[in-house]
Ligand binder design. Structure first.
Ligand SMILES: Nc1ncnc2c1ncn2[C@@H]1O[C@H](COP(=O)(O)OP(=O)(O)OP(=O)(O)O)[C@@H](O)[C@H]1O
Length: 380
C-alpha cells in the first residue's frame, strides 16, 4: 500500500524555552538478590527538550531504554540522576500535591489501549472521572459539554454514539482515542506517547498519528513519540532522537536523520525498517548482539557491532558532536582526533545503501487524514 510522501510539517511556532527538558537523565535499576546485586544501566546521560507544538520521536530497538525515559519524564519512576525541568524549573515532585500538579501538565498515553481502559466502565465513566480530577466537580449540562468537547477533539463523532459504550464495544483505534481524550481532560502541555500505535491494526495507525498531529497543531501540545519504527518517525516527528543501549546516539530533524543517517547504528536501524528488532537477526553473528546493560561495553556502547571501531571507540564514550545543521551524532568518526575511526563507506559493511522509502511506512491506510474513516461503524 503506497502512501503519499508527507514528511512532518514544519513547526507552527518558533523554537522557544522548552516546555519539558531532561538534563543528564539517568536510570540504573537494581536487580538480583542481595549477594548478586546487579545494576541495569537502562538510561545514561540523556538530554532532550520538548517544545510547544512540536513532536520529538525517540527511536530504538527493544530494550534501548525508550519506555524508561517516558516513565522517568512522567515521574512514575524516580531517576537515579539528572533533572527534569518544566518551563526551565526543577519539576521533581517529592510529594503528592506536586505530583498531581505535574501530571496535569504532563500526561502519558500507553501502548495498550486494551489494558489502559477499565473494561467494566463506560466511556462516560472514564472521561467523567478524569474531568472531575482535573477540572473540578462538573455536573449536568456543564459535564455533558466537557465530555462532548473531549470526544469531538479526538474525532469520535457524533459523541452520543460513543459516550455510553464499554471498551469491548470499541475498536482498538477508538479505544486509543478514548485514552487520548482522557489525557486531554487534564488540558496538558505535554503528551508522552509510548508506542501509541504499535498494538493497533495497521489499517488504523495512520488515523491515530494524524489525530496526534492535529493536537500538536491545534492545541500546541509538545509530544514525545516513542517508537520502534523509524519510518513513522519520519512521517510524524519534527525531530528524531535515536537511542542505543541507554544512550542517545543521534539527533536531528527527522527528514535528515532518516534519509541521511550519520551514526553507524542509525544506518543499521534505517536499513532494518520497518522492523528494527530484525536488526539483531541481520547483525548477529558477524557483529554480535545488543550489549548487556548490566555490563555495558566501555567507550561507545555500539563498538562491538560497529565495523569501524578503533581503540578510542572501545575506551572513551563519544559525546554528541555536530554533524550538520541542527544535527549531532555520538561517534568518534566525526571528531578531529588523529586516532578516530575512518568511517568510509560504513554501509558497505552491511550491504546496500539504506534509505527510508515512504512505502515502508507500514502504518497502513490508503491516504492520510483517515480519522473519519476509522470511526465509522465498520471499524469495530
Ligand atoms: N523495573 C525494571 N527492573 C530492572 N530492569 C528494568 C526494569 N525496567 C526496564 N528494565 C531494563 O531496562 C532496559 C531498558 O528497558 P525499556 O523498557 O526502557 O526499553 P525499551 O527501549 O522501551 O524497550 P521496548 O521497546 O521493548 O519496551 C532493559 O534492559 C530492561 O530490561
Amino acid at each position: 500500500m503506497t502512501l503519499p510522501a508527507e514528511p512532518a510539517a514544519p513547526p507552527a511556532v518558533p523554537a522557544e524555552t522548552p516546555v519539558l527538558q531532561a538534563v543528564d537523565l539517568r536510570k540504573h535499576f537494581v536487580t538480583g538478590s542481595f549477594r548478586r546485586r546487579a545494576l541495569v544501566h537502562a538510561v545514561d546521560d540523556v538530554n532532550l527538550s520538548l517544545h510547544r507544538g512540536r513532536v520529538v520521536a525517540l527511536v530504538g530497538e527493544s530494550g534501548s531504554g525508550k519506555s524508561t525515559i517516558a516513565r522517568l519524564l512522567s515521574q512514575l519512576l524516580p531517576a537515579t540522576g539528572g533533572q527534569i525541568l518544566l518551563h526551565g524549573q526543577d519539576a521533581t515532585a517529592r510529594r503528592r500535591p506536586a505530583f498531581r500538579r505535574y501530571v496535569r501538565r504532563v500526561q502519558m498515553i500507553f501502548q495498550d489501549p486494551f489494558g489502559s481502559l477499565n473494561p467494566v466502565h463506560t466511556v462516560r465513566y472514564t472521561l467523567t472521572r478524569s474531568v472531575r480530577i482535573h477540572q473540578g466537580r462538573l455536573r449536568g449540562a456543564e459535564l455533558e459539554t466537557a465530555l462532548t468537547t473531549l470526544l469531538e477533539r479526538v474525532q469520535l463523532t457524533p459523541p452520543e454514539r460513543y459516550v455510553d459504550k464499554f471498551p469491548h464495544e470499541l475498536s482498538g483505534g477508538q479505544r486509543q482515542r478514548v485514552a487520548i481524550a482522557r489525557a486531554l481532560a487534564a488540558d496538558p502541555e505535554v503528551l508522552l506517547a509510548d508506542e501509541p500505535i504499535s498494538m493497533l491494526d495497521v489499517s488504523i495507525r495512520l488515523g491515530i498519528l494524524n489525530l496526534l498531529r492535529d493536537l500538536r497543531d491545534r492545541l500546541q501540545i509538545a509530544i514525545l513519540y516513542i517508537t520502534h519504527d523509524i519510518a513513522s518517525a519520519r512521517y510524524f516527528a519534527d525531530r528524531t532522537m535515536v537511542m542505543y543501549a541507554g544512550r542517545i546516539v543521534e539527533t536531528g530533524d527527522s527528514e535528515s536523520v532518516t534519509q541521511d543517517p550519520r551514526h553507524p547504528y542509525t544506518q543499521l536501524l534505517v536499513r532494518s525498517a520497518p522492523d528494527p528488532d530484525d536488526l539483531d537477526a541481520r547483525a548477529r553473528g558477524a557483529r554480535g548482539e545488543a550489549p548487556s546493560l548490566v555490563r555495558p561495553p566501555s567507550g561507545c556502547r555500539f563498538n562491538p557491532r560497529c565495523p569501524f571501531a578503533t581503540d578510542v571507540c572501545r575506551s572513551e564514550v563519544p559525546p554528541l558532536m555536530p554533524v550538520g545543521e541542527g544535527r549531532e551524532a555520538a561517534c568518534w568518526g566525526y571528531s578531529d582526533r588523529p586516532d578516530r575511526p575512518r568511517l568510509g563507506d560504513v554501509l558497505d559493511a552491511y550491504g546496500e545503501r539504506p534509505s527510508i522509502d515512504v512505502d515502508l511506512l507500514h502504518v497502513g491506510a490508503d491516504a492520510p487524514g483517515t480519522a473519519a474513516v476509522e470511526t465509522k461503524e465498520g471499524d469495530r
